[in-house]
Design a protein around this ligand. Structure first.
Ligand code: ACM
Length: 684
């Protein structure tokens, strides 16, 4: 973001995440705009506040303007006289005036730029298309500021446009079905992150989730009754289009096909009866690429899909086919010899090329996971990069001449911190890409695989972290000030609740369920210190949890960025920089609190789920007790104490209940620092 300071200089306050406070709303913008000029003065809001849009405004602009007014009044409590947008022709001097040239197309490389000019008299939104207008309203809402007596917008000019044309969120509705309401609220939230592409993963081993008229058995036999009707699909596409979001469907073939083959076993590479998969993992059931009937079926399925989804691309999956059923089938092996197909990659390319022809027939382009990038694959395919070391596969893809969308680094189901995703580079360092090669990188996509998420918990896995990914894709900032990023992430993240996102409130629901409606304040505090196991460690071998397992456990109430652990980390950072008593006091407040956790849980009536948490809270309390002692200036430290500390530390950082204590880094720093003062070394 470029900042320009005109007329007067606003002192950029030192962000203090620990206080969750900020000086000015514009400091908390996320994604950061490309260009911002601050000016003196404010536009002050009152109940006569008006918004005017052109008489010919698209439904997209009408919805955005109306929703903006509603969210603004909900945030301010203002009882405005004009609760709906007015006509620009009739009220050209309205407080917010919107001008744009045309309705945007929901295709690649469309103009999504906007300008926002705030003066004391009027706020101007200008854009080439209505897509820019939608984003301008989101930015303006983030700029809402207040002092003790009024709400206002800081005078400024913003000129903004996205760095990448593909800014996606994938939701896997196959592993756990996600009802329409879940999809819609996440589409609303996508706008806050300025994302524009919803990738709908509609089939996998665990379910086939879209009704296909030609094959009603697909949803009758392979969905447990949990699927979208075509009317629902159309409704979601319209809802997304009204928000400037395009929708790309995915039917995953030829692997990840247990559900499809449960309904249509005749086109499997191994003839048998199939049943829906209830575990997570990579499974063998695979379509038979040598069977002409396979292509007849796919033609009918993709014909219906192409008719439903207006976006130019259809995603055909193509990932993780180990080809075991192909290897074991003598007829398939004979077919390969006859066609001169040397290996399973070549056989899958044979399949993909035929599939691409089917898509072309229905005027669609093919997107697939990076496994489809084989030497014979036409360059018209769009490659979805997700594997390997950072940047390596992306570089290879674009240097081979394919367009690419990056998800490696944006796998939000890994439960990694927002900082990890934020630091993922779209233009890999050391790749030395030419301008043309860079142009092949269309953007990126957060992937919400749903093996371990239900409609109840999915929001807390997507948000707020996806705001950080949104900034990477919209602003592509060159600097990565993580502390400031987290400040903004949490500042904007909680506003998502006004759109119905349940990432905060459902944590309380889970904890109340655990505590059987007793006081959950201790459990809440614990849940802000522990994070679900990262990577895929929570679900060992994919069989610890099944799709019907309870996902209402303590781990489900914890997030990938334990907020208090983050705050504590920043306090320790401050303290090491300035080891004064005030900075120390802030740390000790936490330590004292943690020391009481063991007692606090003891006061609750227990039950089997709550009982599981006791060793965890006790071990944290024991460690905190040691640290409280160590924090004292006159503490007497001896070898026995250090050994006790080491033992307590080890126990506290054991993984309990599929979570781990997120305090490792700051506590290590702190212990090392304090022990050194007493003449002792520390190693974990
Ligand atoms: C994938 O994660 N199997 C694309």
């Amino acid at each position: 973001m470029k900042f320009h300071f005109y007329i007067f200089l606003l002192v950029f306050s030192i962000f203090s995440f620990s206080q969750a406070q900020y000086e000015h709303a514009w400091q908390n913008l996320m994604p950061q705009p490309q260009d911002i000029h601050l000016q003196k003065g404010q536009f002050v809001l009152d109940s006569l506040f008006t918004v005017a849009i052109p008489d010919t405004a698209s439904r997209r602009v009408q919805i955005a303007a109306t929703k903006f007014i509603r969210r603004l009044t909900n945030r301010t409590g203002l009882f405005v006289k004009h609760g709906f947008p007015l006509s620009l022709k009739e009220v050209p001097q309205a407080n917010i005036v919107v001008h744009y040239n045309r309705t945007g197309n929901l295709q690649l490389h469309e103009d999504e730029a906007y300008q926002l000019k705030i003066t004391a008299q009027q706020i101007n939104i200008e854009a080439g298309t209505d897509l820019g207008v939608v984003f301008a309203f989101e930015t303006l809402l983030q700029l809402l500021d207040n002092d003790h007596e009024k709400y206002f917008f800081q005078n400024l000019t913003i000129s903004d446009k996205p760095a990448f044309t593909w800014r996606g969120l994938m939701i896997d509705a196959a592993r756990h079905f996600q009802p329409v309401a879940v999809i819609k609220r996440n589409l609303d939230a996508m706008l806050v992150a300025k994302l524009n592409t919803f990738h709908w993963h509609l089939s996998d081993d665990q379910g086939f989730r879209i009704a296909i008229k030609a094959y009603p058995q697909l949803t009758q036999k392979a969905s447990d009754g949990q699927f979208y009707t075509q009317a629902q699909i159309k409704d979601v596409i319209q809802y997304a289009a009204d928000r400037g979001i395009r929708v790309i469907p995915e039917i995953d073939v030829p692997g990840h096909a247990t559900a499809l083959l449960t309904a249509l076993p005749d086109i499997a590479s191994r003839k048998k009866n199939y049943q829906l998969q209830r575990n997570a993992g990579i499974f063998d059931p695979t379509l038979d690429p040598t069977n002409p009937q396979t292509y007849k079926v796919l033609d009918k399925i993709f014909k219906e899909i192409a008719g439903l989804f207006p976006f130019a691309y259809i995603h055909i999956g193509g990932d993780e086919n180990r080809g075991r059923q192909w290897d074991a089938n003598p007829e398939i092996q004979a077919f390969m010899r006859q066609k001169g197909l040397k290996n399973n990659h070549e056989l899958q390319t044979y399949f993909n090329v035929k599939l691409e022809k089917i898509l072309q027939k229905y005027h669609k382009k093919m997107m697939g996971w990076e496994e489809i990038r084989t030497p014979q694959m036409p360059k018209t395919a769009l490659i979805h990069v997700w594997r390997g070391r950072a940047g390596v596969s992306l570089t290879k893809t674009v240097k081979s001449g394919y367009d690419a969308v990056l998800s490696n680094g944006f796998y939000i189901d890994l439960m990694l911190p927002a900082a990890t995703h934020y630091q993922t580079q779209l233009y890999p360092k050391q790749a030395h890409l030419t301008i043309d090669q860079k142009a092949h990188i269309l953007g990126g996509e957060a992937t919400m695989w749903s093996e371990l998420v239900t409609p109840f918990t999915i929001d807390s896995r997507i948000w707020p972290r996806t705001l950080a990914i949104g900034e990477r894709l919209w602003s592509n900032p060159s600097g990565t000030n993580l502390r400031q990023m987290y400040q903004r992430l949490f500042a904007q993240g909680y506003h998502l609740e006004e759109l119905g996102i349940t990432h905060i409130k459902n944590r309380g629901v889970i904890l109340r369920n655990i505590a059987q409606n007793q006081d959950i304040s201790t459990l809440q505090a614990l849940s802000r210190l522990y994070e679900p196991l990262k990577g895929y460690k929570r679900n060992k071998a994919g069989t610890e949890y099944q799709s019907y397992s309870p996902f209402m456990l303590f781990a489900d109430a914890c997030s990938a960025d334990a907020e208090d652990a983050l705050r504590f980390g920043f306090l320790v950072e401050d303290y090491l920089k300035q080891p004064n008593s005030e900075n120390k006091r802030k740390i000790v407040i936490y330590l004292k609190k943690w020391q009481h956790f063991g007692e606090a849980l003891k006061n609750l009536h227990t039950n089997p789920k709550l009982e599981l948490l006791r060793p965890m809270s006790r071990s944290l309390a024991n460690l905190a007790k040691d640290l409280n002692r160590l924090s004292l200036e006159d503490a007497i430290v001896n070898q026995a104490f250090v050994q006790q500390l080491q033992a307590d530390y080890k126990i506290a950082f054991k993984a309990y209940n599929d979570v781990s204590l997120a305090l490792k880094k700051p506590l290590n720093i702190l212990i090392k620092y304090w022990l050194k003062q007493k003449g002792y070394n520390w190693s974990e």
